[in-house]
Design a protein around this ligand. Structure first.
Ligand code: CP
Ligand code: NVA
Length: 333
């Protein structure tokens, strides 16, 4: 994986923080940056926003605010849920395809970031390296929100936590088994499990493990919350008695040239009917999507009665509205 650096960032408190005793960073770059109590309050807000949205109630706390989105990789869910969410909160969203802005003709990231700070109230960035996302953060005074990097996908993990809470009534003490490639999705799930006291067991082939530094840090966090974080090459062992079975694609965006070795190494890690027998009978099946049926998951499991993938995708909208309210609603330029 291109960016497996250990990310150590300082928390920068909001000057206008409403939550006593908790600080959030200026930017949402990783789950590990967000204090556990703040994650729980975001989940609570997302639940309320979802319920209000279902009742057709309209609120406009972000009226007059503009969110930019700079995406260097394709996206369906992240782009549309942020754009729709921003509109639903009374603000506006501007999608800035990276190849259509001067960045693609050599304008520096620093100059672009400093200029966009003058127009926008927040920016969602989908890019390759985590270090480039951090660079956006350093050159802006507006919040930068991680819309996926090679290293992690925090907005996805927050939506996943919301979904688990909805279906299981709690998060702490549950076991999530992540089966497949130890990629960006696995990283954010490990981090959120450690923060919220949910055990995370990763079943992955040798050579495709999650970043060992991230795992070590999560194990330290987990010792405070009761979460056990483990990595094993045995998918059935990882899935044993799991409450949640989670998988993701074997070839992430940017890894297309590695297709053959990845398919070969990951073939024994398919989420299928047989693997599901190791999990609890009432386990839910999750996938961040897009899915490749017949590769990381079989069609019958993806579309079966235990699958919650569409609710999971919907929750991107609700949790991201909570994120926008938290980061853009409070931010003073
Ligand atoms: N799960 C997810 O982030 O999907 P997109 O790539 O479609 O945004
Ligand atoms: N691991 C996948 C997630 C897509 C949402 C990728 O990075 O392509």
């Amino acid at each position: 994986m291109a960016a497996r650096q250990n990310v150590q960032r300082k928390l920068r408190p909001h000057s206008n923080s409403r939550s006593k005793g908790t600080t959030v960073p200026k930017d949402l770059l990783t789950i590990s940056d967000i204090p556990g109590p703040k994650i729980l309050s975001l989940l609570q807000l997302a639940k309320k926003l979802k319920s209000e949205h279902k009742k057709g109630r309209v609120i406009a706390p972000l009226k007059g605010k503009t969110l930019g989105l700079i995406f260097e990789k394709p996206s369906t869910r992240t782009r549309v849920s942020f754009e729709a969410g921003m509109n639903q909160l009374g603000g506006q969203a501007l999608f800035l395809a990276s190849e259509k802005i001067q960045l693609s003709r050599g304008e520096s990231l620093a100059d672009t970031a400093k200029v966009l700070t003058r127009y926008l109230d927040g920016l969602v960035v989908r890019t390759f390296e985590q270090s480039s996302l951090e660079e956006w953060g350093r050159h802006t005074t507006i919040p930068i929100i991680n819309g996926l990097t090679d290293y992690c996908h925090p907005c996805q993990a927050l939506a996943d936590a919301q979904t688990i809470q909805e279906y299981k009534g709690k998060i702490k003490g549950l076991k999530l088994a992540y089966i497949g490639d130890g990629n960006n999705i696995s990283h954010s799930l490990i981090e959120i499990g450690a923060k919220l006291g949910m055990h995370v067991s990763v079943g992955c082939p040798p050579g495709y493990e999650p970043d060992p530094l991230l795992v070590k840090k999560a194990q330290e966090d987990g010792s405070q919350t009761g979460a056990v974080i483990s990595v094993t090459p045995d998918p059935c062992h990882a899935a044993k008695n799991a409450d949640v079975i989670y998988t993701d694609v074997w070839i992430s965006m940017g890894q297309e040239s590695e297709q053959q070795p990845r398919m070969a190494a990951l073939a024994p890690y398919q989420v299928n009917h047989q693997l599901m027998k190791a999990a609890k009978p009432n386990a839910i099946v999750m996938h961040c999507l897009p899915a490749h049926r017949g590769e990381e998951i079989t069609a019958d499991v993806l579309e079966g009665p235990q699958s919650v993938v569409l609710e999971q995708a919907e929750n991107r909208l609700h949790i991201q509205k909570a994120i926008l309210m938290e980061w853009l609603g409070r931010h003073n330029r």
